[in-house]
Write a protein that binds this ligand. Sequence first.
Ligand code: TMP
Ligand code: ASP
Length: 253
Amino acid sequence: MARRKKIYEGKAKILYEGPEPGTLVQYFKDDATAFNAEKKATIEGKGVLNNRLSEHFMTGLNTIGVPTHFIKRLNMREQLIRSVEIIPLEVIVRNVAAGSISKRMGIEEGTPLPRPIVEFSYKDDALGDPLVPEEYIIAFGWASQQDLDDIVALALRVNDFMSGIMFGINIKLVDFKIEIGRVFDGDFQRLIVADEISPDSCRLWDMKTGEKLDKDVFRRDLGDLADAYTEVANRLGLMPKNIGSGSGPKLVN
Ligand code: TMP
Ligand code: ASP
């Protein structure tokens, strides 16, 4: 088989040339990084879980009319996506204070915010993904005011959808990060949800116990990351019933 052309390799995913123009294959690695790649590990199974979870969330978003780059899952680790021009921003939505907002503003983790807060970081590891105001985004030409209005509207729809899904499985969606891509249909440009939506890019807390079921388990050394992601997948009904239960087919004597 001819080797596929690698288009881009990031910390957790690789993009390959897709089978049709305008498409790419997104491959999910098992690598995990935190703190701008100062902390690194390989977590067996993470890529498979995130591929399946991102498929689940993106398919749901497509179905309710929130456009995403997702076309279809190809196999355990790969999905076919639309090729987009990524806007170099991390779009973060917060419902509950945690992580950097708690540090920056001195708000105790777990404090509900008065309303969802949408914020933007400039995607640049060397700079530590700094928080940027809309003024910077417009002045540096990363997005227009109209784009930003559309991005905030998209982010809030993703927030409502993801909050509802998580509520249904007794998980609180504390915050999350998405990335937005531009696609061009003739003279028109559209903004769509790109990258991934997975426990790598969300904070997910069990509603009863407060247990963390997201990448903070890795960032803060709280336990086994793959177990946490498997728990999310299990609650969503995405895991084959006979995996991990130790109760495979039994022979009757
Ligand atoms: P923060 O509290 O560290 O700013 O993170 C906010 C949300 O964004 C949280 O759900 C984790 C996610 N996130 C990423 O997906 N990538 C990143 O590089 C960072 C720093 C956060
Ligand atoms: N951007 C961080 C890193 O590279 C990842 C994170 O903390 O989510 O390592």
